[in-house]
Design a protein around this ligand. Structure first.
Ligand code: HGY
Ligand code: MN
Ligand code: MN
Length: 413
């Protein structure tokens, strides 16, 4: 059967958009965004919805011991599948496309092949991975990291969230503590479709990004212990102010990026103070540092400079500072052959395409450890993501799904 781009085989845009809309109802926020933190009831509801669609499409559904879910469509031959997928969990103030789009588009590819009666040589698999965001249980990309054997299962199951809940308990509570083993999967190739979450494609008026690399990520939690005291009676020279120290770290990080330049990024996304009262010098602070760079040596330098600053701050302010690593992934270069296929297919479909670098972490970076992997990006309106305003034009959502369809067909031949 002719399944080439010229055959006219395409996804069904209306069905794609309808499933995206229906998935966004699970964990819907009043502002139009989505909150499906990993292994909460909303995440379970989203998972259940996707599994129901997998079953409707005739996929063989498998849940593994960390809650990753794989729906497989048989090929003419058995053997390692061509896999696509992403994640169903979101940050607390998420949009409706981060993660969801890659999973729903994977299902749409299956639906289009079913409608057209196309049988592929290799099996096709659509997956979603547990806790990609890392916003509740760190590190990010946790499920796919365990899937490829990068984090021991028992260690992952023992991870606690900020409230002390244990990942393994939440997995069981949600009914996704599966039987399938994790560790050394056989995957022929992996392609993840994702919104860019940045401004580049839109700024250049380009529809498709063939993602060839992904920057390194360093997450750490910083705990500062000072001395609570009266804001009105304590002379400045006698203070050990955890609130000031936390603010000094955030200010240092911004200066660090200016000083290092290049691709260095730094974010202080969490700053919690105790007792967090207007007239009490803060006893303690818990904050986070998210450092990213496409260059591993530069990222290590940024980490070293932050460590040196924290030591100096502790001495100067008379506070104690401790750090805990939450995630550390080196930059990843994706498979050139798969990225070339994505670029070529996009061109054949008549879409503008450019090479892209991912600023965000993705499950594809973990699958790249065990098989040839790459990603497809479509534009984010205003470059906005991790924000309820996240949005992408319907024609771009359909274009990305068509590129995914024909890329997977090429890899599954
Ligand atoms: O943090 C990230 O880059 C991804 O959204 N988990
Ligand atoms: Mn994502
Ligand atoms: Mn995300």
């Amino acid at each position: 059967m002719d399944t080439s781009v010229a055959s006219g085989l395409r996804v069904d845009r209306a069905r794609l958009l309808d499933r995206l809309e229906r998935l966004a109802q699970h964990g819907a926020r009043a502002d139009g965004g989505v909150c499906r933190l990993a292994l909460t009831d909303a995440d379970r509801a989203g998972r259940d919805q996707v599994v129901a669609w997998m079953r409707e499409l005739g996929l063989d559904v498998v849940v593994d011991a960390i809650g990753n879910v794989r729906g497989t469509r048989a090929g003419r031959e058995a053997g390692p599948p061509v896999m696509t997928g992403s994640h169903v969990d979101t940050v607390a103030t998420g949009g409706r496309y981060d993660g969801s789009y890659g999973v729903v588009a994977g299902l749409e590819v299956v639906a289009a092949l079913n409608d057209a009666g196309v049988e592929t040589r290799r099996p096709l698999c659509v997956a979603f991975f547990t806790g990609e965001e890392g916003a509740r249980f760190a590190p990010d990309m946790l499920g796919s990291l365990v899937y490829v054997g990068g984090l021991p299962l028992e260690e992952a199951l023992a991870v606690r969230d900020a409230g002390g809940a244990v990942l393994g308990d939440e997995l069981r509570r949600c009914g996704y503590a599966g039987d399938a083993p994790v560790g050394a999967p056989e995957v022929h190739a992996f392609v993840e479709l994702h919104v860019e979450q940045g401004p580049v494609l839109e700024a250049e008026g380009v529809t498709i990004g063939a993602v060839r690399n992904l920057q390194g990520i360093s997450w750490q939690e910083i705990a500062i212990e000072g001395q609570a005291n009266h804001a009105g009676t304590t002379p400045m020279r006698l203070r050990h102010d955890a609130g000031y120290a936390a603010a000094a770290v955030a200010h240092f990080l911004r200066g660090l990026t200016r000083r290092l330049g290049g691709d260095q990024l730094a974010t202080c996304g969490v700053i919690d103070l105790e007792p967090n009262l207007i007239n009490v010098i803060a006893q303690r602070a818990r904050l986070t540092a998210d450092l990213r760079n496409t260059d591993e040596d530069a990222l290590r330098r940024a980490e070293a400079e932050l460590a040196a600053f924290l030591e100096q701050l502790a001495r100067d302010e008379g506070v104690t500072v401790s750090t805990r690593r939450l995630a550390r992934f080196e930059p990843v270069v994706f498979d050139a052959g798969v990225a070339d296929t994505i670029a070529r297919v996009a061109g054949e479909l008549g879409h503008s395409v450019r090479d892209a670098t991912s600023g965000a972490g993705h499950d594809a970076q973990m699958l790249a450890r065990v098989c040839p992997a790459a990603m497809i990006f479509v534009p984010s309106i205003g470059g906005i993501s991790h924000n309820p305003r996240e949005d992408t034009a319907p024609e771009h959502l359909a274009a990305g799904a068509d590129v995914l369809l024909h890329t997977l067909l090429e890899l599954a031949r």
